[in-house]
Design a protein around this ligand. Structure first.
Ligand code: GLN
Length: 426
């Protein structure tokens, strides 16, 4: 195993003897519950917490014959873009020395890029599958909201997030998606793709056929992006064009508000979801004294700085007197973003952009500058606000040898379209 600090634990969980994933290893992000195996969310708060049940996706992996080689390191509770906020230390990028692997599923992308697992599961609230996939030169899919069960995923911002695959190729990612997708009575937000004009034959869609594909390029998602990233992006679009696809520019005027809206909604939901960590029910125990004192002590010691910042800001945004000013406004912006995507996709099969506007940052660079880190989510967060599916595939490298990802966004339950388009670049 490479020494990238990518695993928090390497307990092996065996699946059944046969099934579509028999003989293959699938690492699991440490915010996905595994029965009898510690699940920490990268937080000291959950050090030693052992769930009594499996997440639905873990049950499905076991039934499909996969072996889980361990639980992967991540930004604490999924809050970050670099996998440097984990209580278990930062993850290194195995393909770009001295740079971050992206986050928050940085451990999952790193083990796949380093060949320490065949595939991995991540979760994506505002880019956490696509960003590390892009920064580590592998493939990641953020499914349509409702395609994959969130039962057993420790919630960060539940209206935005989905579990999804990270893999070395589009075909492998599609195969893993096939195993984990589908309705689950324990998650009332799941939907059956067959009721929405699709089916579950995702791997078969990875046929590389882009003849006649219409690609919309939202100009706003190129504005402000790093020059080397934009250059690599256009090379990938040229490649798709040479294979029979066409492209035209489209506009998503609302996305200039997406990062703000995303962070208000994500922090608000986080402040509510993380209220359950009270030093009594899960993980870390509280201290002496009455309920308030013990609760405060557990949270003071158990949460890292980024988590505290978000719980405080989220609580503020939801409080009486400010709710309309912040939370409600963010919901209005979210509706507008959805509408813009619908419009752009009425006239294109997929929308393409760089996954991240910047190449992988140097390690340590963004920790003291949360605002710059939030702005790096400019191209990924709008997709979560709109609940749409997106894939990140390797587009090439900058002149300095840093990986660049291409993001393709499809209509709701349009996974097969983005898989087909993405596979043409492999
Ligand atoms: N970087 C974003 C955040 O910190 C996205 C994280 C995620 O998708 N879990 O919220």
């Amino acid at each position: 195993m490479g020494d990238y600090n990518a695993y928090i634990a390497t307990d092996t969980i065996e699946g059944t003897d046969d099934g579509p994933l028999a003989g293959r290893t699938v690492a699991v992000k440490d915010n996905i519950s595994t029965k009898d195996v510690q699940t920490t969310c990268g937080s000291a708060m959950l050090d030693g917490y052992v769930p009594p049940y499996d997440a639905t996706v873990v049950e499905r992996l076991k039934d499909a014959g996969a072996t889980i080689p361990g639980k992967t390191n991540m930004d604490e509770f999924g809050m970050g873009t670099t996998t440097e906020t984990s209580a278990y230390g930062a993850v290194e990028n195995p393909v770009a020395e001295g740079h971050v692997p992206g986050g928050s599923s940085g451990g999952s992308a790193a083990v796949v890029a380093a060949g320490d697992a065949d595939m991995a599961l991540g979760s994506d609230t505002g880019g956490s599958i696509r960003c590390p996939a892009a920064f580590c030169g592998v493939v990641g899919i953020k499914p349509t909201y409702g395609l994959v069960s969130r039962y057993g995923l420790v919630a960060y911002a539940n209206s935005l997030e989905q579990i999804g695959p990270i893999a070395p190729s589009v075909e492998d990612a599609a195969e893993l998606l096939e195993v984990i997708a589908g309705p689950d009575e324990r998650d009332g937000t799941t939907r059956d793709a067959t009721d929405h004009g699709s089916d579950y034959d995702f791997a078969a869609a990875a046929d590389g056929d882009v003849d006649g594909l219409s690609i919309g390029v939202p100009t706003e998602l190129l504005d402000g992006a790093d020059e080397a990233v934009v250059e690599t992006f256009w090379d990938a679009i040229d490649d798709l064009q040479a294979q029979g696809a066409s492209y035209h520019e489209v506009t998503l005027p609302s996305v200039e508000h997406a990062v703000e809206a995303y962070y208000v909604i994500a922090m608000s939901e986080a402040s509510s979801n993380l209220a359950r960590f009270d030093g009594v029910r899960y993980g870390k125990s509280g201290g002496e004294g009455n309920w308030n004192e013990s609760f405060a002590q557990a949270r003071e010691e158990g949460f890292g700085e980024e988590v505290k910042r978000r719980v405080l800001l989220g609580t503020y945004a939801l409080s009486a007197g400010y709710h309309d000013k912040y939370y409600k406004k963010a919901q209005d912006a979210r509706a507008w973003v959805k509408q813009d995507f619908d419009e752009a996709l009425s006239d294109a099969d997929v929308l393409a952009s760089p996954t991240m506007p910047v190449p992988p940052m140097k390690r340590g660079e963004s920790l003291d500058d949360p605002l710059t880190m939030y702005l790096a989510d400019a191209n990924t967060t709008p997709v979560n606000l709109a609940n749409l599916p997106a894939i990140s595939v390797p587009a090439g490298e900058t002149d300095d040898g840093l990986p660049v990802g291409l993001q393709l966004v499809g209509p709701a339950f349009g996974e097969k379209t983005i898989i087909r388009a993405g596979s043409a670049l492999a």
